[in-house]
Design a protein around this ligand. Structure first.
Ligand code: SF4
Length: 182
């Protein structure tokens, strides 16, 4: 893991903690909907650290085969019941996974709009109003597109966003090939 990427993870986690506290948004315990029902699109570069860790643990080829077989289905890194959040790679999960439900998009005037998770709204119908009030009161929030751009590293693959299992399979192929020539 490069110092730059570690610093990025730290920054994103700090920013989303501020949003969570300021707008009083929190994921329902053990939810995992964003990993299972609507798995994210990520870049190959953003998931390269996960691929490298799996190869170092001797699990690269098996994980690759699971990712290919699952395709557009649930993220293969999700394990129901495992905490925190069911993610088996929580400490090195991609930037989009850190941002989801606590980050913003910009409207056509450049103003921030928090993308409140549908599951939060179902569990807590006042969540969208609180998110708006938080921003109206001067609160800040990380912006998906800007942080995803920062998460890109041209040495680790293309920046294009694809379904997470597809990105993971491609990252594993790249890293397995690199390992073979090392
Ligand atoms: S990497 Fe982790 S947080 Fe991201 S979709 Fe997969 S299980 Fe969920």
């Amino acid at each position: 893991m490069t110092p730059r990427r570690l610093a990025l993870y730290r920054t994103v986690d700090e920013q989303t903690t501020v949003v969570s506290a300021g707008a009083k948004l929190g994921c329902p315990t053990g939810c995992g909907a964003c990993c299972v029902r609507t798995p994210p699109h990520v870049s190959v570069a953003d998931i390269a650290p996960v691929a490298r860790a799996a190869i170092a643990a001797g699990e690269g080829e098996a994980l690759h085969d699971r990712a290919v077989a699952t395709g557009a289905g649930p993220c293969v890194l999700f394990a129901p019941g495992q905490l925190p959040g069911g993610c088996t790679v929580y400490a090195i999960r991609p930037v989009i996974c850190r941002l989801f439900a606590f980050a913003a998009v910009r409207d056509k005037h450049g103003a921030l709009e928090l993308a409140v998770c549908r599951e939060h709204t179902v569990a807590d119908p006042a969540a969208p109003a609180r998110a708006r009030a938080y921003l109206d009161g001067g609160g800040d929030a990380p912006v998906f597109a800007e942080l995803q751009l920062e998460a890109h590293d041209p040495d680790d693959g293309p920046a294009e966003l694809v379904p997470i299992n597809e990105a993971l399979a491609a990252a594993l192929e790249r890293e397995l090939l690199r390992a073979r020539y090392r």
